[in-house]
Design a protein around this ligand. Sequence first.
Ligand code: SAH
Ligand code: SF4
Length: 421
Amino acid sequence: MNVYDSERMVETLEGQGYIQTDKAENADMILLNTCHIREKAADKIYSELGKFKGIKSANPNLKIGVAGCVAQAEGAEIIRRQPMVDLVVGPQSYHKLPQMEARIQTGARALDTDFPEEDKFNHLAARSKAKRGPTAFLTVQEGCDKFCAFCVVPYTRGSEVSRPADLVFSEACDLVDRGVREITLLGQNVNAYNGHRNGLSGLIWQLSEIKDLERIRFTTSHPNDMDAALIDAHGKCTKLMPYLHLPVQSGSNRILKMMNRKHTREGYFSVVDSIRDARPDLLLSSDFIVGFPGETDEDFSDTLDLVRQVGYGQAYSFKYSSRPGTPAAEKVGIDPILANERLQELQTLLTSQQHAVQASMVGREVSVLFEKKGRSDGQLIGKSEYMHAVHAVAPEHMLGQIIPVRITKNMTNSLTAEIIY
Ligand code: SAH
Ligand code: SF4
C-alpha cells in the first residue's frame, strides 16, 4: 500500500512542478513514506533521516518530509527528535501535500495527521497519463475495525473505509489504457470491502469486464471476511489468479483468542477447505507471528502443525514486536532467545514447503506476464499466475504480454522456463 500511496504522492506533487528522482543528492524535497507495523520499521526512519544530514548541509534549501504511519503515530515528536524535518503528513491527509509544500517554502513547518471527513482519493491530483508497466496496485479499502491485540493498523490507518466501486472501476480503466494488464486490489482488510453492493467479489466481477485487464489479485484478507461469493469467484472468475494471501498468525486457539483474531484454527481450516474445493490448484500464503506474549511450546507446536496441515506456497513470518498503544503491549513478552529459535524453526518449515511447491512446478505449463528484462541477455522476468517469479529467454516484444511457458528448473527464489511456441 505504501508503494501505491507513494505513486499518488508523486503525482500530487507533480502539480507543484516536482519530478521524481532516484538520487537524494538531486532532490529539492525528500519524502520518506514510512511503515509503523513493527518496531524495527519505525526505528529505521530515524536512522534514514540521520543519513540526510550531509545532503541537507550541502543543500540548505532541501526540504525533508515524513509521510505514512510513523508520521501518523509520532506526529510532532518527529520534528522534536529530528529538527531537520519540515513536513509530517499522515496516510489520510496526503492529498493536502500541495498546500503543505507551499507552507514549508515560506520556512514554516507543516504537520497534518488528521482523519479528515473528505475522501482523500476525491481530492488527489488526477493520475498521470504516462505509459506504465504491466502490473499495478490499486487501493480499494483502507483501515481496520478488527483490533487484533498486537496491531497498530486500526490506530494509524483508522476505521474501515471502502472506495465506491465506480471510482475504482474508472481508475482501473485508466491504468489499463496506460498499459496495465494485472491489477492487485489493496486494502488492510481488502475482503471487508463494501464499496460494491456485492462486496469484493462484486467489484472483482465488475473489473473482470475490462477487456484488456487480464489478471486480478487482491491482498490482504482476513479469514472471517472470506465470504461464499468471494470463494465462488475464485472458482469461476478466470481473471482472478489462483493465489491467495490469507494470514492466520498462529495455529494455537489459545493464542488466537489472546490475539483477538476472532477465529479458531478449525475455522481457518474450514475456510481453506472451501477455497480449495472451489479452486484446487490455488496456492496459499500467510503471515505468522511467533513469540506472542504467553506463547508456550505447545502453542508453538500447534502453529507448526497448522502449517503442515495447510501447506503453503509462500509465507511471511515475524517475531512479535511490542507496539505502543496496543493491548498486547501491556503484557510481558517471552524470552527473546526462545522467540528467535521458534522463528527459525518455523521459517525452516515454511521454506521447505515453498521449495517443494516450486519443485512440483517443474515440467508444468503456466502463463507468465513478463514485466521486465532479466540480468542476462535476452532474458525476461515475470510472474506466473501462482505468483512465482519466472525467467525465460524470450524476445523483447513479449514484455507486457501473458505468454504460455513450460517450467524447466527450480532456482532458489525463482523458476526458469522455456516459451511454448
Ligand atoms: N490485515 C492483515 C495484516 C496487516 S499487518 C491481517 O489481518 O492479516 C501485516 C502483518 O504484519 C500481519 O499479518 C502480522 O503478521 C504482522 N504484524 C502486525 N503487527 C505485528 C506485531 N506487533 N509484531 C509482529 N508482527 C506484526
Ligand atoms: Fe491488524 Fe490485520 Fe488484525 Fe486489522 S485484521 S488489526 S490490520 S492484523
